[in-house]
Design a protein around this ligand. Structure first.
Ligand code: UD1
Ligand code: UDP
Length: 368
């Protein structure tokens, strides 16, 4: 069989982490020529992951601009992706998740009549505006996709409810667990001496709908929490988006038990998750990874498109309200029974074999 070009589009850090197992699985297939197309909606954060997983770009659109706004980002992506698809002439295109890169990739494929496979399909909160713009990106990408790789049965049910044909949905697990299981056993490279003898709290935050007052309120609550428990220390790798970085430095900076760092490479970040007593985040990927490592997670959001770990009792939504964050986190830090109930290793998002299932599906369709 003639080799088929399979374009893998990657824009941001989490897409690189979650597409790396798929790209690696494609490399092992004789029928496939994986072609890595970076939009580089992120730059440094994306390049870190590319290095770790030893993935080189076949094309790099180098889109990122400081403090980019959605309309300009979208316009640039559509035009640049269309030209890139013209150069690559793919048999199929794959992209993961819910960023503006993914929505634009799905639309660019539609215009060129190239089949599009959506990895991590079917996540929904049910509110088009929350998270923003990700829920919109998900719904739009699903409407245009040919293959829907759903991580869980509930994601599959969401797609069926929207009228997606049953025989176009494949429940694969989430490829993030493939990446995590690869990296976790060898994860090291983080200096945690500032937290020595203390319980480590690991935090990340970046959601657009939390920008401004909600994020500032959450940061204030976290500082008060660290003050309240003097046997704790906070590690917070700050997202480079200026809407996050500025309030983070203003509200959380200058505290002896709070360490603000640049984004960590994936391996040291996984090491930090392993070392953490508690994880506080608004990240999607971290909500999937931390439960698999047995770490309780408090989510700085009111809704989640990842209900499985909440239902299992190992992830709790606390929003950005000061009182709620302080109450829930204080309970976990002072009540060992409550803590242990949430610190169970459960992995509702996958078994580490998702990428192989994605590739097997594409293989059977493009070779028939
Ligand atoms: C984006 C995605 C979000 C995803 C998140 C993962 C959109 C609209 N948002 O959010 O869905 O959850 O990535 O992290 O698709 N920046 C850098 N260096 C980097 C990356 C970002 O300096 O390597 C700064 C730039 O100023 C950039 C800004 O962050 O303009 C925002 O980046 P952008 O990709 O638009 O949004 P994120 O908030 O990162
Ligand atoms: N991550 C990382 N370094 C960090 C923070 C997070 O490698 O400093 C990883 C994390 O393990 C997860 C992914 O980045 O796999 C999550 O990315 P992000 O929170 O930016 O995006 P989301 O998952 O919310 O789309």
């Amino acid at each position: 069989m003639k080799q088929q070009t399979i374009v893998c589009v990657v824009g941001t850090r989490p897409e690189a982490i979650k597409m790396a197992p798929v790209i690696r699985a494609l490399r092992n297939e004789t029928w496939a020529r994986p072609y890595v197309l970076l939009t580089a909606q992120h730059r440094e954060m994306l390049d870190q992951v590319m290095r770790l997983f030893d993935i080189r770009a076949d094309d790099d659109l180098d889109i990122m601009r400081p403090n980019q706004q959605l309309p300009a980002l979208t316009a640039q992506l559509i035009t640049a992706l269309d030209s890139a698809l013209g150069r690559a002439e793919p048999r199929a295109v794959l992209a993961q998740g819910d960023t503006t890169t993914v929505f634009c990739a799905a639309l660019a494929c539609f215009y060129r009549r190239v089949p599009f496979g959506h990895v991590e399909a079917g996540l929904r909160t049910g509110d088009l505006h929350y998270p923003f713009p990700e829920e919109g990106n998900r719904v739009l990408a699903s409407r245009l996709a040919r293959w829907h790789f759903a991580p869980t049965e509930s994601a599959r049910a969401n797609l069926l409810r929207e009228g997606i044909a049953d025989n176009e949905i494949y429940v694969t697990g989430n490829t993030v667990i493939d990446a995590l299981l690869d990296v976790a056993p060898r994860a090291r490279g983080i200096d945690l001496s500032f937290a020595k003898g203390r319980r480590l709290i690991l935090m990340t935050a970046h959601r657009r709908e939390n920008f401004g007052a909600p994020m500032e309120e959450a940061f204030g609550a976290i500082r008060a929490l660290i003050d309240r428990f003097d046997d704790t220390a906070l590690l917070y790798p700050v997202h480079p988006n200026p809407n996050v970085k500025q309030p983070a430095e203003r509200i959380l900076g200058g505290h002896p038990r709070i360490r603000l760092t640049a984004p960590l490479e994936y391996e040291p970040f996984v090491a930090a998750m392993k070392a953490a007593y508690l994880v506080i985040t608004d990240s999607g990927g971290v909500q999937e990874e931390a439960p698999a490592l047995g770490k309780p997670v408090l989510v700085l959001r009111n809704e989640t498109e990842r209900p499985e770990a909440v239902d299992a009792g190992v992830v709790k939504l606390v929003g950005t309200d000061r009182v709620r964050i302080l109450d829930e986190a204080s309970r976990l830090l002072s009540d060992l029974t409550a803590y242990r109930a949430m610190a169970r290793g459960v992995s509702p998002y996958g078994d580490g074999k998702a990428a192989g299932r994605v590739v097997a599906t594409i293989r059977s369709d493009v070779s028939s």
